[in-house]
Design a protein around this ligand. Sequence first.
Ligand code: C6P
Length: 414
Amino acid sequence: MAATASTATFDAAAVAAQFPILQREIDGRPLVYLDSGATAQKPEAVLRTLDESYRLHNANIHRGVYTLAQEATDRFEGARERIARFVGAPTAETIFTKNVTEAINLVAYAWGRRNVGPGDTIVLTPMEHHANIVPWQQLALEVGARLAYVELTDDGRLDMDSFDALLERAPKLVAVAHVSNVLGTLNPVEAIVARAHAAGAVVLVDGAQAVPHLRVDVRALGADFYGFTGHKVYGPTGVGVLHGRRELLEAMPPFLTGGDMISSVDFESSTFHELPWKFEAGTSPYVQATGLGAAVEWLDALGLEAVHAHEQALVAYALDALTEVPGLTVYGPPAEQRGSLISFALDGVHPHDVAELLNRRNVCVRAGHHCAQPLMRRLGVSATTRASFAAHSTRADVDALVDGLHDVRRVFRL
Ligand code: C6P
């Protein structure tokens, strides 16, 4: 296969060597992991930190006075500081959640129930993950608000004229993905925030598919709420992050209530802890947080700019290589307006069959609606197959995908 320009300075194979799972073989063949959009594999540095947290520093946080408990607390709060720094957010405005789904629900419940009322408009886009649709539908049902969706262009970008038209309805909230998990579209979040703010709307950005791949500066973006999920950023499951603007967070009631988030409790009433702990009820995922802290440190050491350049070059290479497969339709915009994933369909073959046959070569891709059923409806399909990339992905991985797709066509006698 013809090679196109590469990022010569970035050694993805050396990065891959840091992932124990990528050294596995199944049936004598290496793994070609192209499903990092669903969850990222974990580098040794993250696994080591998780192991050390349990093996050497485990005690419940914010409670014990003994040294071990102090160590666990320091590691948890140290991870918060590291993660906040990683995305340019103030530490007190960096709240640990279970995942980005919980981060969005936190906003929908604690901010939404106070600030959205009958007849108010919530602006969404058709490319949202269910996590950034269903909480708003529930809110709208409860308070009598309306949802309005921005139009898409044919190549899967947001139609900004239609966005501007929706802003004339003076929406209370705009909730948008930074990068679509299906189309790969990298949305112009800075412009969206500026225009939404000018129209008086609060903006929530779902950064699940952005934070692992591009340098995100929460303060520079200016969004009121920005959430992401740890397991896609090479961290463990069970931990996500919500960044929120202090004034909004302070005015919001707590989301979940119970231990650790209180200042004092009496028989009839309670007062709540200051930020960020006011939104962290119960024992936090303190070990997972240390793993996420290690993950962002690891990504920072690789250099997020270098990772981004590498992945962009790989996406361009893949988009080019996929044109060699007859009958293949790629969804979404060109490489320069994309994050690190590509959804496609092969004429005459169900997306699940494509994934199933690729699996025979250990090429791991995702097929289905990708928790974006409204978008599937808009595209006029029930499912797509999706390859998603990470810092460890190589051209050899893309070549294995393309070879596998030729094989699928042979099996189906196309
Ligand atoms: N998308 C995918 O394969 P949680 O489950 O809360 O960690 O992440 C939810 C989520 C929210 N927003 C976007 C843009 C996402 O991509 C995801 C998770 C995975 O595309 C699993 S469905």
